[in-house]
Design a protein. Sequence first.
Length: 279
Amino acid sequence: MGTRMHSFSRKLGIFAVSAALLGGALGVGAFVTQTPSPPPPPINAQFDYQIGGAYTPGASVGIVDRDHTAAPAAGKYNICYVNAFQTQPDDTTTWAGANDDLILRDADGKKVGDPVWHEYILDTSTQAKRDRIATIVNGWITECARKGFNAVEPDNLDTYTREPKLLTQANNLALATSLASHAHAEGLAIAQKNTAELGAADKEAVGFDFAIAEECQYKSECGSYTKVYGNNVIEIEYSDNPPSAYTNACADQGKNISVILRDRDVTPPGDSAYHYEYC
Ligand SMILES: *[C@@H]1O[C@H](CO)[C@@H](O)[C@H](O)[C@H]1NC(C)=O
């Protein structure tokens, strides 16, 4: 809490100074013009995925990705993880009570998802529900911005590919568009996570700034991302796949984009499962 207040007041300070400078130079009218696109992560900088638990990143790391409940890492480009299309296993309150109807139900009224992991899919099928989901997730995005994060990673955009009878790409992209416009208004860049079938037109329509691709080498779909995003792509391979997924990724695009190898649960150092490699 103390850290958050500190960085928030510091941000306000910088804003006040820039406002004074710009106001003097250009007049107050300058503030109604469009805000510039927030910068995407530095291309091919060393990436560390810390969504399973935050820890001090190595000195050579340039980009850190942490859960929205964590604080950003000092001196790095920070990406804020929000689970935007699915419930988060350790969050048992957000989608309960009056928000329980935002969890997708099948024809029998059963919650759709993985009950063992408490990971349920959110229902993006109506404008009213999308608006209510956006209000919640945009609240997290606002907090990310206040804490000093630089970008947001809304996870599980691809739920419509897993539940094609219940969800549509158009409706998921409509929710993504609300999140992107809010992220940009808060000064944050926004990532397309996975969902290789989307093209340049979808990127433009939603307003995505870069891509985070999991297992794209393993699924032979890395080219789909670089075709749309150039080298503004971060690739995460996992150590439970054949080692060739990572070594081939390094050989094919490790010189162009950020490629890392992580353990499936993205554990912090000290955990027996912890695994991290960068190329
Ligand atoms: C690497 O990036 C350059 C542009 O910076 C591009 O011309 C080249 O095709 C890329 N290589 C791969 C393997 O993606």
